[in-house]
Design a protein around this ligand. Structure first.
Ligand code: HEM
Ligand SMILES: *[C@@H]1O[C@H](CO)[C@@H](O)[C@H](O)[C@H]1NC(C)=O
Length: 329
């Protein structure tokens, strides 16, 4: 009796030891700086060159690369699942309501093609999502960020889970904070990430509920009048592409002007307004509004956290040839 009761724990210990040794032997795969230094030394340079050329032709591509990082990483992992197109049994995450307004996906293929030309089947689409966001942030006047690489691409799309994982424009701050918390992004980093709303646009569809039938009392009245001119009807024609820019002063620069705006109740989305007034986030908003250097530091830290969400590494996933399709398709 005595031996049978002591046996199982020691077996477990032995098994764990074996597992540990196996890990050391195989090497635990992790993201690292310059992961492609041997396999494709020019990878990061080529990506930066492409991102810069695209930015010079269509400035808003850079804005898209920043939003792409958020929508890719928050859904399971930074694994380029976002880039999969709808074909046969794959439903694209881009078809979700949450992806409304996302644009420029076709230019990701331009970047990938340039990388494939230099090093076929070597650089993942997930790393292209991450590095293009990093380079875009620098082009848009934000901080220069050191970013690790070595992500692999997913073998599936998670279209059905997008709405559960990406917050909606009118979610409560509690729900927003707990979603970010669940992937290891603390409150201060969450406040910093929302600073991405210092660039880009919001379509009337996401604004009219604050303007009609009555103006949301939390919105600055003069700004509400401006937004009513941008969005003249409560039911915007989805094809008319009516929108307002996020930041009227520096619309194409990632800076702390976003925080100044939301403190003046000129935030466009309900979550932007909530960020400025919620007791858990307000003091960080104030600090970021006062100090662009502090915002840059926190934004860098937060982008790194976001970009390292649950990556597929080593033998996991695959390296897609074309970011839109699984290799098997
Ligand atoms: C609570 C979290 C967030 C919510 C609810 C949210 C929601 C939205 C919505 C509704 C839009 C406008 C879409 C449209 O009408 O066209 C938008 C735009 C944008 N978001 Fe967020 N977002 C959040 C966090 C983030 C984060 C963390 C980032 C990046 C770090 C980000 C980057 C962007 C960018 C760059 C745009 C402008 C896109 C463009 O002009 O093409 N957002 N977001
Ligand atoms: C949030 O907005 C959506 C439309 O985008 C609407 O269907 C939903 O009822 C709103 N939720 C809240 C809590 O107001």
């Amino acid at each position: 009796m005595a031996t049978t009761t002591t046996q199982p724990p020691s077996n477990i210990c032995f098994f764990l030891l074996l597992l540990l040794l196996a890990h050391f032997h195989l090497g635990i795969s992790q993201l690292e700086l310059n992961y492609y230094s041997k396999s494709c030394p020019k990878a990061e340079e080529i990506i930066k060159e492409q991102v810069t050329q695209l930015y010079n032709k269509h400035g808003n591509t850079a804005v898209s690369w920043v939003r792409n990082l958020f929508h890719d990483c928050v859904v399971k992992s930074c694994d380029a699942s976002l880039l999969l197109a709808t074909v046969s049994d794959v439903v694209s995450e881009q078809t979700s309501d949450r992806s409304f307004g996302m644009r420029n996906f076709k230019y990701v293929n331009t970047i990938k093609a340039a990388v494939e030309k230099e090093c076929p089947f070597t650089v993942s689409c997930a790393d292209i999502v991450a590095l293009s966001a990093r380079d875009a942030i620098a082009l848009l006047g934000g901080p220069s960020i050191e970013m690790k690489t070595g992500r692999k691409d997913s073998k599936e799309s998670y279209a059905m889970e997008v709405e559960d994982l990406i917050p909606n424009h009118n979610d409560s701050m509690s729900s927003v904070l707990s979603r970010f918390q669940a992937i290891g992004i603390d409150v201060e980093a969450t406040v910093a990430l929302l600073g991405a709303h210092s660039v880009g646009r919001v379509h009337c569809k996401n604004l009219v509920h604050r303007l009609y039938p009555t103006i949301d009392s939390t919105l600055d009245p003069a700004h509400a009048e401006y937004l009513r001119r941008r969005c003249p009807t409560p039911n915007p024609d989805p094809k008319a592409v009516l929108y307002s820019r996020n930041d009227l002063k520096t619309p194409m620069i990632i800076d702390n002007n976003y925080y100044k705006n939301i403190l003046q109740h000129k935030g466009l989305l309900t979550v932007d307004e909530e960020l400025a007034t919620d007791p858990r986030t307000a003091s960080y908003v104030q600090k970021m509004a006062n100090d662009n250097e502090y915002f840059n530091q926190q934004f860098s830290r937060a982008i790194i956290l976001l970009s390292e969400t649950n990556p597929l590494t080593g033998d996991e996933g695959e390296i897609r040839k074309d970011c839109r399709y699984l290799n098997a398709n």
